[in-house]
Design a protein around this ligand. Structure first.
Ligand SMILES: *Cc1c(COP(=O)(O)O)cnc(C)c1O
Length: 382
């Protein structure tokens, strides 16, 4: 059996076990401890010195972010449609309604023109838009320079779902710090991982202090178990935070490796474009820096002699190489079939012709040889 090449497997450095060992040696086997404190300190240093709280998933961080912005029953929250479901699900946890917005064709993230149109439309109907959730998909920053002024103009707070974009930036300003609140995930498939985990980020210490309180069951100060608010059990384990400390030490290398994967794929496919194909990519505008978490290609069968992404995916799968469709937009999901959607056709097209290629930071030259040999065999037939 050939070794399977995965889409985006975890990639440990060699240091994680020593931090985990320290947690064991000191018996800090709890959802708090020195590992959590150190992980938060290092993350804060990466993120403009902003305040952070580490939690047990990116989804939990998004849920807390919406609670902090007082999102509740009957409110509307604007959300990018082209994303993973965890961007939108917490809106529903709170009894609020997501309103979905289509993508801009370059970055694939929320389209600023449609965003403003949607806000005006909702306001004209007397609705209150409580928050805007935008995403930096596959590591690519959204067009924040256009989104921020709109949010300010209508005084709507922003949640930046930077789950996939740790290490990305615009003009050297790190992703995760652009909204009122930001969220990063450390799930097993992300650029660095704690197996499961996330952080909530804000410039406002008060918001993060409240988040910590809510995430630790919202117990009032003092020894008696008194609660004045409904709380959650959302803090990260000290053991998992210890893995995170080891992972943070190699973040920059991981970003460079993923960006190098992207460049390899582009070189490869541009060569085929010279021979009559038309492969397209996610575009990094000037000043933008994507961690290139996943490399995705667009393959329009009309421009590629009938070749489509499913044919490519199956050819790779047949050779034990994992590729996956891009995220299925929220407006196409059964769970959101009755939700409003402001459309420009972009995410429908991306969903039809997009494919995520193996993008792990541990891909070897031999892995790339196998991937390209498999693709050569397929493409030569067209
Ligand atoms: C992974 C991901 C999340 C959720 O993070 P978890 O840590 O898996 O809960 C949210 N949004 C996006 C865009 C993601 O990719």
């Amino acid at each position: 059996m050939k070794k399977r090449i995965w889409l985006s497997p975890p990639h440990m450095s060699k240091s994680e076990m020593s931090f985990v060992q320290e947690a064991f040696d000191t018996n800090w086997i709890a959802p708090l401890g020195p590992g959590v404190d150190e992980f938060e300190r290092q993350l804060s240093a990466q993120l403009k010195g902003y305040h952070v709280t580490a939690v047990n998933s990116g989804t939990a961080a998004l849920h807390l972010a919406l609670i902090l912005l007082n999102v509740g029953q009957g409110d509307e929250v604007i959300c990018q449609s082209f994303t993973f479901a965890a961007s939108a699900n917490p809106v529903v946890y709170l009894g609020a309604t997501p309103i979905f917005i289509d993508s801009d064709p370059d970055t694939w993230n929320i389209d600023p023109v449609l965003l403003e149109k949607a806000i005006q439309d909702r306001l004209s109907l007397g609705k209150s838009v409580k928050a805007i959730v935008f995403v930096n998909l596959y590591g690519m920053p959204a067009k924040i320079e256009s989104i921020l002024p709109i949010a300010e103009k209508y005084s709507i707070p922003i949640i930046e779902d930077a789950a996939e974009s740790l290490g990305s930036s615009i003009n050297n300003i790190p992703c995760g710090t652009f909204g009122t609140l930001g969220v990063i995930s450390f799930n097993g498939n992300k650029i660095i991982t704690t197996s499961g985990g996330g952080i909530l980020i804000s410039k406002e210490n008060k918001l993060i202090a409240t988040a910590k309180h809510l995430a630790t069951q919202a117990k009032d100060p003092g020894v008696s178990y008194q609660h004045s608010q409904i709380g959650y059990n959302y803090r990260i384990s000290n053991i998992l935070a210890s893995i995170g400390i080891g992972q943070l030490s190699v973040l920059e290398e991981r970003v460079l490796a993923r960006r190098s994967n992207y460049n390899r794929y582009v070189d490869y496919f541009l060569n085929w474009n010279l021979k009559g194909f038309n492969f397209e990519f996610q575009i990094e505008p000037a000043g933008f820096y994507s961690n290139r978490w996943l490399t995705c290609i667009l393959v329009d069968p009309i421009k590629n002699k009938g070749l489509d992404v499913e044919i490519i995916r199956l050819a790779l799968e047949n050779d034990q190489i994992e590729a996956r469709p891009v995220w299925k937009p929220m407006h196409l999901q059964p769970i959101f079939s009755s939700s409003l959607f402001y459309s420009n056709g972009v995410s429908d097209r991306l969903f039809q012709i997009g494919l995520c290629l193996p993008s792990g930071s541990s891909l070897t030259d031999e892995d790339f040889d196998r991937i390209f040999t498999c693709l050569d065999t397929l493409l030569n037939k067209y």
